[in-house]
Design a protein around this ligand. Structure first.
Ligand SMILES: [Mg+2]
Length: 255
């Protein structure tokens, strides 16, 4: 009988990485402790595969990842190898976005309409970061330059796509989420009868599906200092903003 395996799914922006600096800060020693103890740590993020590969190489995360809001699951092993895709191909999303914009009488400008230099200028990312952010495979990030974003979201829904709203940008994608992808990972780990203890940590309402998919959901404090307005059975509210809250995870997981 093999030992049970502990899995931790972690959101990146505002959770493992600081909302403003994009650095793990005090979470880094905690992450190292978990990895040394044999915990599988999988990013579950809106970021692209190229972005997660870069961050994963830097932080020593090689257990796999959930990218583009659950559009794909990258397997372990340097996040290379075969992907499991739950998302809608990028060109299909782009075409549906153009159609929905026409339906709603809205003008949009997506990453696919911008050069990497323009994405860098719009977002404050460095040029290499903008190249990775722009390498989307199953979702399109865009600005509404004219018209009503709510009308656009309704038109996208009629075409079978979801819209996720960030601070400035919106993202259009197929009907998938981080929670569905996490359940797929957990089913795989349990396939040969192995006992799996599942944990997840996030900072925002868009992590709700992810947190609902695990036995032990956790929230760090959000950038404004409070916790996201979520209620789930057994939810643990970590007392620190982003990485400062993340740093408390080993006390819970390794006791
Ligand atoms: Mg977040």
């Amino acid at each position: 009988m093999r030992d049970p395996v502990d899995v931790l799914f972690t959101d990146l922006d505002g959770t493992l990485l600081d909302h403003y600096t994009y650095r793990p800060g005090p979470a880094l020693p905690a992450l190292r402790r978990l990895l040394r103890a044999g915990v599988l740590v999988l990013p579950a993020t809106a970021k692209t595969l190229a972005e997660v590969r870069e961050i994963g190489a830097e932080l020593g995360l090689a257990d796999g990842a959930i990218v583009e809001n659950g559009a794909a699951v990258a397997p372990p092993g340097g996040l290379a190898g075969e992907l499991t895709v739950l998302g809608t191909p990028y060109q299909v999303v782009r075409e549906a976005l153009a159609g929905a914009a026409a339906d709603a009488g809205v003008r949009v400008r997506g990453y696919g309409d911008m050069t990497a230099e323009e994405v860098a200028a719009e977002t404050g990312l460095s040029l290499p970061e903008a190249v990775r952010a722009r390498s989307r495979q199953w979702s399109e990030t865009f600005l509404v330059t004219e018209g009503d974003p709510a009308a656009l979201a309704a038109a996208l829904r009629r075409r079978g796509l979801r819209t996720v709203r960030g601070a400035r940008f919106l993202t259009a994608m197929g009907d998938h989420d981080k929670g569905e992808a996490a359940r797929l990972v957990l089913r795989r780990l349990r396939r040969d009868g192995r006992a799996v203890r599942s944990w997840a940590v996030g900072d925002a309402a868009n992590d709700a599906e992810l947190l609902a998919a695990v036995d032990h959901p956790m929230l760090v404090r959000a950038g404004h200092g409070g916790w996201a307005d979520l209620d789930l059975p057994g939810l643990v509210r970590l007392d620190g903003v982003g990485p400062a809250g993340w740093a408390l995870i080993p006390e819970l997981m390794l006791r």
